[in-house]
Design a protein around this ligand. Structure first.
Ligand code: GMT
Length: 377
C-alpha cells in the first residue's frame, strides 16, 4: 500500500462521526500515511501528538453585516489552501452537507482534481434528507463525490430512498480502537461508585438528544429493578437531561441511577457493566454498541436503522421494537438472572467485534477505496 497524504474534515466535537473520523485519521497515521485534519477546532479525540498528523484550523470570523458566520465558505477556502500547500492526494469528508459540498468547492477553487471520499453518518440523511431546502444540496454533495460510503446497509438504503442519488454507495461499518476498548478487569470503579460487588449494572451512553429516547431506558430500568437488584449508569449529557432527572425522581429510583456526565474513560465504565441499553428511534449504526461489545458487554437495542446489522439476538444481545420497554425489561431480567446465558452473550459480543468490525478490516476497506482514487503507476 503506497503512503498517501489524506485531508480529513469532520465536526470535531463529541459525536460518533467525529470519533470515527479522528480514530481513522490516527490509525492511518500509524500506518505511515500523512493526515491533515481540516476542522473548526482540534478533534477532541486527537489526544496524542503524532509527527505525521497536522491540524489546519478553519477561522470563522463574524462580521456585523453578515447575519450568519460563513463557516462553509471559510472551510472551502481552507480546504483549497491545504490541497495546494500540502499537495494532498485525496480528501475524506464526513457528512454530505456541509462537508462534501465544501470539499467540492475547495477542490474547484484549488484547480485540483484530487479524489473526494464522503462518508454518510446518519443525521445528514435521516433528518436533513427530508428537508426540501437541503435535499438538492445533499444529492449534489453525494453525486459530485468520487466515492461515497455509508456506515450501515440501512443508511445506504435510506439514502437511495430519500435522496435518490445517481451514485453507488458502499457500506463501511464503524469500528473501535481495540487497544482502548477491551474488558478491564483490574478496576476498582464499582467499589468507588458505591455499587455492591454482587449487584448487576446497566449502562446507557449518549448525547441525550430526543432521538436517543433515554426515557425508554429509564422505564426499562425501572421495570427490571422491581424484580432484580441493579444499578443504572447514565453517561453523557445533552438537551433531554432535565426531563430525565425529573423522570428518575418521579419514579423514585434516584438511589439506583448514577448520573456520570461526559466521560473519556468509557472502557472503564463498560467493564463494570452487564448490559448496555440503546433504545433510540434513529441510529444509522450505533457506535456505542460496538464500544460496549468490545468490552464484553451484551446489548439491548431497538430494531431500527443499523442496529439489526450489529445485534444478533441471543448471540450478543437482543432487539426490541421501538418503545417496547416491557419486552426490554423482560430481556434484562432474563439475562441478569441466568449467569451462563450472560457469559455466553458476553463472549458473543467480543466475538462479534473481532469477527465483523475489527478496526484492521475497516481500515483496509477505507485504504482500498483511497487507492482507487490514486493515479495509476
Ligand atoms: O448519534 C448522534 O447523535 C451523533 C451522530 C453523529 O453524526 O456524530 O452519530 C451518527 O454517526 C455515528 C458514527 O457513524 C453512528 O454510529 C450513529 O449511529 C449516528 N447517529 C444517528 O444516526 C442518530
Amino acid at each position: 500500500m503506497r503512503k498517501m497524504k489524506i485531508g480529513i474534515t469532520c465536526y470535531p466535537t463529541v459525536g460518533g462521526s467525529g470519533v470515527i473520523a479522528t480514530e481513522l485519521g490516527k490509525m492511518l497515521a500509524e500506518k505511515g500515511h500523512e493526515v491533515h485534519f481540516i476542522t473548526s477546532s482540534t478533534p477532541f479525540r486527537l489526544n496524542k501528538t503524532y509527527p505525521n498528523i497536522f491540524n489546519h484550523q478553519v477561522d470563522i470570523n463574524t462580521y456585523s453585516v453578515f447575519q450568519y458566520a460563513p463557516y462553509d465558505i471559510a472551510l472551502a477556502t481552507k480546504i483549497s489552501e491545504v490541497i495546494k500547500n500540502e499537495g494532498l492526494d485525496l480528501l475524506h469528508v464526513h457528512y454530505a452537507i456541509p462537508h462534501a459540498v465544501c470539499a467540492i468547492l475547495g477542490r474547484d477553487m484549488a484547480g485540483s482534481n484530487i479524489g473526494i471520499v464522503t462518508t454518510l453518518h446518519g443525521t445528514d440523511i435521516t433528518v436533513l434528507g427530508s428537508d426540501s431546502s437541503l435535499k438538492e444540496a445533499i444529492r449534489y454533495g453525494i453525486e459530485k463525490s468520487d466515492i461515497v460510503t455509508a456506515v450501515s446497509n440501512s443508511l445506504r438504503d435510506q439514502t437511495y430512498e430519500l435522496i435518490q442519488p445517481d451514485k453507488t454507495i458502499e457500506t463501511v461499518y464503524n469500528f473501535v480502537d481495540e487497544r482502548e476498548y477491551h474488558p478491564k478487569s483490574e478496576t476498582k470503579l464499582k467499589e468507588q461508585l458505591g455499587i455492591d460487588a454482587a449487584e448487576k449494572v446497566m449502562i446507557h451512553v449518549s448525547n441525550f438528544r430526543n432521538v436517543k429516547r433515554v426515557q425508554d431506558v429509564i422505564k426499562t430500568f425501572s421495570l427490571a429493578h422491581q424484580q432484580i437488584s441493579c444499578k443504572l449508569l447514565l453517561v453523557g449529557d445533552g438537551p433531554e437531561m432535565g426531563r430525565i432527572i425529573q423522570q428518575v425522581r418521579d419514579l423514585e429510583i434516584e438511589e439506583h441511577v448514577l448520573f456520570l456526565g461526559k466521560r473519556d474513560d468509557l472502557a472503564e465504565f463498560y467493564s463494570i457493566s452487564d448490559i448496555k441499553l440503546l433504545l433510540s428511534e434513529k441510529e444509522a449504526f450505533g457506535l456505542v454498541l460496538l464500544e460496549a461489545m468490545a468490552c464484553g458487554v451484551p446489548v439491548i437495542g431497538t430494531n431500527i436503522g443499523g442496529m439489526p446489522e450489529i445485534i444478533n439476538p441471543g448471540v450478543n444481545g437482543f432487539l426490541v421494537e421501538l418503545g417496547d420497554t416491557e419486552q426490554a425489561a423482560r430481556y434484562v431480567v432474563d439475562m441478569l438472572s441466568d449467569e451462563v446465558q450472560l457469559q455466553n452473550l458476553r463472549q458473543g459480543a467480543l466475538d462479534t467485534v473481532s469477527e465483523h468490525f475489527h478496526s484492521s478490516k475497516i481500515l483496509e476497506q477505507y485504504e482500498g477505496l483511497y487507492e482507487q482514487l490514486m493515479p495509476k503507476d
